[in-house]
Structure formats: C-alpha cells, structure tokens
Design a protein around this ligand. Structure first.
Ligand code: DX5
Ligand code: ZN
Length: 281
C-alpha cells in the first residue's frame, strides 16, 4: 500500500514570506513541500559558420553600409548572427548561433533559496526541476538540503543513469517527471533500472505556471503506471484540487501537488485533508 503525500506547491505562496508560508502549510497538515525550480534564460549554441543565408539576414546586410572591418549583428527569435563588413567586393562570412530556450518560460527559485529555507524547517522538500540540464543542479541542491530531486525525462535522455546515481549519492530521493505530450513508456526504463527512480511525476498541465486547468486525459498514464508498479510513488502536478482529486486518486496517484487550490483557499487545512481523504479512501 502506498501512502498519501500531500505536497502544497510553494510556487503559489508568498515568496517574500517563504519560511512562514511553509510553516503555515505544515501546520495545515502538508506532508511535503513542493518546490518548483525553473530556469528560462535564453542561451546560444551551435556555432555554424557559414550557414545558408536566410532572406532576413540578407536584407539586413544590404542596409549595412558600415565601414570595412566593423562588426554587424542580427538577431531574430531563431538566430543570433555576427558578421564583419568585408572590403568592397569581398565575401561576408556569417557567424550564426542558434538560440535555444530552456525548459519553461518562467523563472522561479534555485539552490540558494532551498538552502535558506532548510535553516527554517526539517520538512521534506520535494524539488521539481524544470531545467534543460538537471545534472548541473544535483550537487548545489543536494548541498542546499533538498530531499527529493525530480528531473524531467525529456531533459535527461542520455544521462539518466548517471543522474540517478548522483542524486542518490547526495542523499536525495530520485524521481522522474514527464510532460503531457510525452508517452508513459519513456519512464519505464528508469523505474526498472538497477538504480531506479523512486517516484514518477505525471504532469497534468504543461509545466511553467500554477493555476492552469487539469488535464483529465493524463489519468490513463497514472492508471497504467499503478497497474504495472503497485508500490511506486506516483505524483500528479497541475490543476489538482477538490474538483479533480477524485479522478487522480481513483486512477492511482498517491502524491498530490496542489498550488492554487490550497493557497487560494480560506482554510488550506480543509483542502489538504480533503485531498488526503480521497487518496486514502
Ligand atoms: C507547474 C508546476 C506546478 C504548479 C502547480 O509547472 O510544476 O507545481 O505550481 O500549481 P497548481 O496546483 O496551481 O496547478
Ligand atoms: Zn511542480
């Protein structure tokens, strides 16, 4: 039998009063505190030189009546381009970088906040990493005092074995999350590995923001997982509250993340106990 774990998502809390907000949730009966760690910086990658010129770049070059030797730049949402103005009749060579975006369009908290919070509470900090390179965060979060480290399967295609091992070696509990568009089969190898994840987080909204609408069609994933792995911790995250908990609980989810429904309620304790009762029924 798996145990119910109710995890208020601190993304919906008052970040300026994080310590007292976590205490308020623990006093209201929370088992875990769900910490959403997201990064949304743009970064440049893939040095391609030269690359077939796209019409916009050509148009910019045509207007660049600058002095020979000067650098020109061009930016659109896909490329960052730098070029040096050649002597008359000379060849332009473009230095093109492709712009890639991180996992989600939002930026939240990181290891320094976890470290500060850890000084105020012994609670289980259930960290959900919505980042493109989760491995970079293992050591900082482990040292900061995170309890669970849940990374996305979409962001760990070629290094999940190493990732799981490093998470465990830093004393954290490894979990894997999947976005709504990702097939459930993608996580089986991680659950069945020699060093397996100990939790699967089925996203029930597109990751990025609190307060979105629950996607009931994700319950098929939860049912399949529960049938295959009777004692696995299965977490659901996004749009959970009194009106959706029945669907999640009856499908077999036992770890329930809830942000806006708990923080938006006049009595968070009532919502937390309602969520718990549905899971334990
Ligand atoms: C979304 C986060 C969730 C979010 C849930 O990217 O992973 O944890 O805070 O918030 P609600 O419960 O409001 O949907
Ligand atoms: Zn989350």
């Amino acid at each position: 039998e798996v145990k119910a774990k109710i995890a208020p998502s601190m993304l919906s809390s008052d970040f300026a009063n994080l310590a007292s907000e976590t205490q308020r949730m623990l006093n209201s009966g929370a088992d875990w505190l769900h910490m959403d760690i997201m990064v949304s910086l743009f970064f440049l990658c893939c040095y391609l030189c030269p690359e077939p010129m796209n019409p916009e770049v050509v148009a910019t070059l045509a207007y660049a009546e600058l002095t020979t030797g000067h650098w020109g730049f061009f930016l659109n949402s896909f490329y960052f381009c730098a070029f040096q103005i050649p002597p008359r009749g000379g060849q332009v060579s473009l230095h093109l970088w492709k712009i890639r975006r991180h996992f989600v369009p939002n930026l939240t908290i990181g290891a320094p906040v976890i470290e500060s919070l850890r000084k105020h509470t012994t609670a289980y900090l259930d960290c959900h990493l919505m980042v493109t390179n989760p491995i970079d965060y293992v050591e900082p979060l482990g040292k900061a005092g995170a309890s669970g480290f849940t990374f996305h399967v979409e962001a760990s295609k070629d290094n999940w074995q190493e990732l799981i091992q490093r998470i465990k070696s830093l004393g954290m509990r490894p979990g894997v999350a999947l976005k709504p568009g990702t097939p459930i089969g993608d996580v089986y190898p991680l659950v069945e590995a020699e060093a397996p994840v100990e939790m699967v987080l089925v996203m029930t909204v597109e990751p990025g923001f609190g307060g979105q609408k629950f996607m009931p069609e994700m319950m098929d994933k939860v049912r399949i997982l529960r049938k295959k792995y009777p004692s696995l911790d299965i977490e659901v995250d996004g749009g959970l509250g009194p009106s959706t908990i029945e669907m999640a609980a009856s499908a077999g989810a036992n770890c329930i993340v809830a942000g806006s429904s708990v923080f938006g309620a006049p009595e968070p304790a009532e919502v937390i106990s309602l969520l718990r009762n549905s899971v334990q029924k």
